[in-house]
Design a protein around this ligand. Structure first.
Ligand code: 1GP
Length: 241
Protein backbone atom coordinates (compact mmCIF):
# COMPACT_ATOMS: atom_id res chain seq x y z
CA UNK A 1 0.00 0.00 0.00
CA UNK A 2 2.79 2.45 0.86
CA UNK A 3 4.40 1.91 -2.53
CA UNK A 4 1.06 2.76 -4.14
CA UNK A 5 0.92 5.96 -2.12
CA UNK A 6 4.40 6.91 -3.31
CA UNK A 7 3.48 6.13 -6.91
CA UNK A 8 0.32 8.21 -6.65
CA UNK A 9 2.31 11.08 -5.18
CA UNK A 10 4.82 11.01 -8.02
CA UNK A 11 2.03 10.93 -10.63
CA UNK A 12 0.08 13.59 -8.70
CA UNK A 13 -2.92 11.28 -8.52
CA UNK A 14 -5.48 12.61 -6.05
CA UNK A 15 -6.23 10.19 -3.23
CA UNK A 16 -9.36 10.38 -1.13
CA UNK A 17 -10.20 8.40 1.99
CA UNK A 18 -13.64 8.17 3.49
CA UNK A 19 -13.43 7.87 7.25
CA UNK A 20 -15.88 5.53 8.91
CA UNK A 21 -16.18 6.02 12.65
CA UNK A 22 -17.46 2.73 14.14
CA UNK A 23 -18.99 4.68 16.99
CA UNK A 24 -21.24 6.65 14.64
CA UNK A 25 -22.01 3.90 12.12
CA UNK A 26 -24.82 1.41 12.49
CA UNK A 27 -23.80 -2.11 11.54
CA UNK A 28 -26.98 -2.66 9.52
CA UNK A 29 -26.18 0.36 7.34
CA UNK A 30 -22.66 -0.73 6.41
CA UNK A 31 -23.68 -2.52 3.19
CA UNK A 32 -25.31 0.60 1.78
CA UNK A 33 -22.47 2.83 2.95
CA UNK A 34 -19.79 0.61 1.44
CA UNK A 35 -21.67 0.36 -1.87
CA UNK A 36 -21.85 4.15 -2.02
CA UNK A 37 -18.12 4.34 -1.37
CA UNK A 38 -17.45 1.76 -4.09
CA UNK A 39 -19.35 3.85 -6.61
CA UNK A 40 -17.59 7.03 -5.58
CA UNK A 41 -14.15 8.52 -6.25
CA UNK A 42 -12.80 7.32 -2.90
CA UNK A 43 -9.52 5.43 -3.14
CA UNK A 44 -9.23 4.30 0.49
CA UNK A 45 -11.46 3.53 3.45
CA UNK A 46 -10.18 4.61 6.85
CA UNK A 47 -11.81 3.16 9.96
CA UNK A 48 -11.40 4.65 13.40
CA UNK A 49 -12.58 7.09 16.01
CA UNK A 50 -11.64 8.75 19.26
CA UNK A 51 -13.93 6.62 21.39
CA UNK A 52 -15.05 3.25 20.09
CA UNK A 53 -16.52 0.31 21.98
CA UNK A 54 -14.22 -2.72 22.09
CA UNK A 55 -14.67 -5.29 19.25
CA UNK A 56 -16.84 -2.93 17.22
CA UNK A 57 -14.01 -2.06 14.82
CA UNK A 58 -13.23 -5.73 14.28
CA UNK A 59 -16.86 -6.54 13.38
CA UNK A 60 -17.24 -3.49 11.17
CA UNK A 61 -13.98 -3.97 9.24
CA UNK A 62 -14.84 -7.61 8.68
CA UNK A 63 -18.12 -6.58 7.03
CA UNK A 64 -16.51 -3.80 4.97
CA UNK A 65 -13.82 -6.15 3.65
CA UNK A 66 -16.50 -8.51 2.29
CA UNK A 67 -17.96 -5.64 0.29
CA UNK A 68 -15.06 -3.70 -1.20
CA UNK A 69 -11.76 -4.03 -3.01
CA UNK A 70 -10.53 -0.66 -1.72
CA UNK A 71 -7.72 -0.76 0.84
CA UNK A 72 -9.09 -0.57 4.39
CA UNK A 73 -6.78 1.27 6.75
CA UNK A 74 -7.13 1.53 10.51
CA UNK A 75 -6.98 5.04 11.91
CA UNK A 76 -7.12 4.04 15.54
CA UNK A 77 -7.88 6.24 18.50
CA UNK A 78 -6.90 3.41 20.79
CA UNK A 79 -5.29 -0.04 20.93
CA UNK A 80 -8.69 -1.75 21.14
CA UNK A 81 -9.30 -0.66 17.54
CA UNK A 82 -6.52 -2.84 16.14
CA UNK A 83 -7.89 -5.70 14.06
CA UNK A 84 -6.17 -8.12 11.71
CA UNK A 85 -9.12 -7.85 9.29
CA UNK A 86 -7.90 -4.55 7.79
CA UNK A 87 -5.11 -4.11 5.22
CA UNK A 88 -3.02 -1.56 7.05
CA UNK A 89 -2.77 0.73 10.01
CA UNK A 90 -1.74 4.34 10.44
CA UNK A 91 0.70 3.94 13.33
CA UNK A 92 0.09 7.43 14.60
CA UNK A 93 2.44 9.39 16.80
CA UNK A 94 0.91 12.67 17.93
CA UNK A 95 4.02 14.77 17.31
CA UNK A 96 2.22 18.09 17.76
CA UNK A 97 1.62 17.22 21.42
CA UNK A 98 3.81 16.39 24.38
CA UNK A 99 1.75 13.60 25.92
CA UNK A 100 4.19 10.67 25.98
CA UNK A 101 1.31 8.16 25.87
CA UNK A 102 0.39 9.36 22.38
CA UNK A 103 3.97 9.87 21.26
CA UNK A 104 5.27 6.38 22.13
CA UNK A 105 3.41 4.88 25.14
CA UNK A 106 0.40 3.29 23.46
CA UNK A 107 2.62 2.12 20.63
CA UNK A 108 4.69 0.01 23.00
CA UNK A 109 1.52 -1.44 24.52
CA UNK A 110 0.12 -2.26 21.09
CA UNK A 111 2.99 -4.46 19.92
CA UNK A 112 1.79 -7.76 21.40
CA UNK A 113 -1.50 -7.27 19.54
CA UNK A 114 0.04 -5.88 16.36
CA UNK A 115 2.54 -8.68 15.87
CA UNK A 116 -0.31 -11.20 15.64
CA UNK A 117 -1.57 -9.42 12.51
CA UNK A 118 -0.30 -8.99 8.96
CA UNK A 119 -1.27 -5.34 8.86
CA UNK A 120 0.94 -3.08 6.79
CA UNK A 121 2.19 -0.61 9.37
CA UNK A 122 2.42 2.99 8.17
CA UNK A 123 4.36 5.13 10.67
CA UNK A 124 2.58 8.48 10.63
CA UNK A 125 3.47 11.81 12.21
CA UNK A 126 0.11 13.15 13.35
CA UNK A 127 -0.12 16.92 13.74
CA UNK A 128 -3.17 18.55 15.28
CA UNK A 129 -3.79 22.09 14.05
CA UNK A 130 -5.97 24.65 15.81
CA UNK A 131 -9.36 24.75 14.07
CA UNK A 132 -11.71 27.12 15.86
CA UNK A 133 -13.18 24.82 18.51
CA UNK A 134 -12.03 22.08 20.87
CA UNK A 135 -11.92 18.74 19.06
CA UNK A 136 -12.23 15.14 20.23
CA UNK A 137 -8.50 14.54 19.59
CA UNK A 138 -7.67 17.39 21.95
CA UNK A 139 -10.03 16.09 24.63
CA UNK A 140 -8.93 12.47 24.43
CA UNK A 141 -5.18 13.10 24.21
CA UNK A 142 -5.05 16.08 26.56
CA UNK A 143 -2.82 17.94 24.11
CA UNK A 144 -3.03 21.40 22.62
CA UNK A 145 -3.34 21.83 18.85
CA UNK A 146 -0.60 23.84 17.14
CA UNK A 147 -1.47 27.52 16.59
CA UNK A 148 -2.25 28.28 12.95
CA UNK A 149 -0.13 31.43 12.89
CA UNK A 150 3.18 29.75 13.60
CA UNK A 151 3.59 28.02 10.25
CA UNK A 152 7.35 27.56 10.63
CA UNK A 153 6.85 25.60 13.86
CA UNK A 154 4.33 23.31 12.10
CA UNK A 155 6.73 22.82 9.16
CA UNK A 156 9.58 22.00 11.55
CA UNK A 157 7.41 19.53 13.43
CA UNK A 158 6.48 17.75 10.17
CA UNK A 159 10.12 17.70 9.03
CA UNK A 160 11.27 16.34 12.39
CA UNK A 161 8.72 13.54 11.95
CA UNK A 162 10.09 12.74 8.51
CA UNK A 163 13.68 12.74 9.76
CA UNK A 164 12.69 10.39 12.57
CA UNK A 165 11.66 7.94 9.86
CA UNK A 166 7.92 8.47 9.67
CA UNK A 167 6.52 7.56 6.27
CA UNK A 168 3.51 9.86 6.25
CA UNK A 169 2.57 13.19 7.78
CA UNK A 170 -1.08 13.83 8.67
CA UNK A 171 -2.24 17.43 9.16
CA UNK A 172 -5.40 17.14 11.24
CA UNK A 173 -7.90 19.88 12.04
CA UNK A 174 -10.06 17.34 13.94
CA UNK A 175 -13.28 15.64 13.02
CA UNK A 176 -16.06 18.13 12.41
CA UNK A 177 -13.58 21.02 12.71
CA UNK A 178 -14.98 24.50 12.26
CA UNK A 179 -11.99 25.48 10.10
CA UNK A 180 -10.08 23.06 7.86
CA UNK A 181 -6.25 23.21 7.74
CA UNK A 182 -5.39 26.50 5.96
CA UNK A 183 -3.84 26.32 2.51
CA UNK A 184 -0.70 28.22 3.58
CA UNK A 185 0.07 25.51 6.14
CA UNK A 186 -0.54 22.66 3.68
CA UNK A 187 1.61 24.40 1.08
CA UNK A 188 4.54 25.13 3.40
CA UNK A 189 4.55 21.65 4.92
CA UNK A 190 4.37 20.01 1.49
CA UNK A 191 7.33 22.08 0.27
CA UNK A 192 9.45 20.78 3.15
CA UNK A 193 8.59 17.07 2.81
CA UNK A 194 9.69 14.17 0.63
CA UNK A 195 7.01 11.83 2.04
CA UNK A 196 3.25 11.84 1.27
CA UNK A 197 1.04 14.36 3.04
CA UNK A 198 -2.43 13.54 4.41
CA UNK A 199 -4.87 16.33 5.26
CA UNK A 200 -8.19 16.00 7.09
CA UNK A 201 -10.73 17.59 9.36
CA UNK A 202 -13.55 19.99 8.55
CA UNK A 203 -13.52 19.54 4.76
CA UNK A 204 -17.15 19.83 3.70
CA UNK A 205 -17.20 21.32 0.23
CA UNK A 206 -15.81 20.57 -3.20
CA UNK A 207 -13.99 23.92 -3.09
CA UNK A 208 -12.27 23.06 0.21
CA UNK A 209 -11.23 19.71 -1.22
CA UNK A 210 -9.87 21.36 -4.36
CA UNK A 211 -7.94 23.86 -2.22
CA UNK A 212 -6.39 21.05 -0.15
CA UNK A 213 -5.15 19.23 -3.28
CA UNK A 214 -3.93 22.38 -4.97
CA UNK A 215 -2.01 23.33 -1.83
CA UNK A 216 -0.22 19.99 -1.83
CA UNK A 217 -2.28 17.32 -0.03
CA UNK A 218 -1.61 13.88 -1.52
CA UNK A 219 -4.47 12.21 0.33
CA UNK A 220 -7.51 13.93 1.83
CA UNK A 221 -9.64 12.36 4.55
CA UNK A 222 -13.36 13.14 4.80
CA UNK A 223 -15.68 11.77 7.46
CA UNK A 224 -18.36 14.16 8.66
CA UNK A 225 -19.41 15.48 5.22
CA UNK A 226 -19.96 11.91 4.05
CA UNK A 227 -21.85 10.97 7.23
CA UNK A 228 -24.15 13.93 6.68
CA UNK A 229 -24.62 13.36 2.95
CA UNK A 230 -23.68 9.95 1.55
CA UNK A 231 -23.86 11.29 -2.00
CA UNK A 232 -21.15 13.84 -1.24
CA UNK A 233 -18.40 11.83 -2.93
CA UNK A 234 -20.57 11.42 -6.03
CA UNK A 235 -20.73 15.20 -6.27
CA UNK A 236 -16.93 15.34 -6.23
CA UNK A 237 -16.40 13.33 -9.39
CA UNK A 238 -15.52 16.33 -11.54
CA UNK A 239 -12.56 17.15 -9.24
CA UNK A 240 -10.99 13.85 -10.19
CA UNK A 241 -11.27 13.92 -13.98
C1 1GP B 1 -10.87 13.32 11.29
O1 1GP B 1 -9.53 14.07 9.50
C2 1GP B 1 -10.65 13.32 9.83
O2 1GP B 1 -9.89 12.67 11.97
C3 1GP B 1 -11.89 13.71 9.08
O3 1GP B 1 -12.52 14.85 9.62
O4 1GP B 1 -14.92 14.25 9.98
O5 1GP B 1 -14.24 16.64 9.70
O6 1GP B 1 -14.19 15.08 7.76
P1 1GP B 1 -14.05 15.22 9.22
Amino acid sequence: MYQNLLNSMSFKKRLLAVLIDPDKTKLDSITIITEKINQSVATHIFVGGSRVEEHLTDILVSEIKKLTKLPVVLFPGDITQITSKADGILFLSLISGRNTEYLIGKHVESISKLKKTNLEVLPTGYILIESGKKTAVENVTGTQPMPRENIQRIVDTAKAGELLGMKLIYLEAGSGAKEAVPKAIIHSVKQALQIPLIVGGGIRTKQQLETAYQSGADLVVIGTAFEENESFFEELKSSFQ
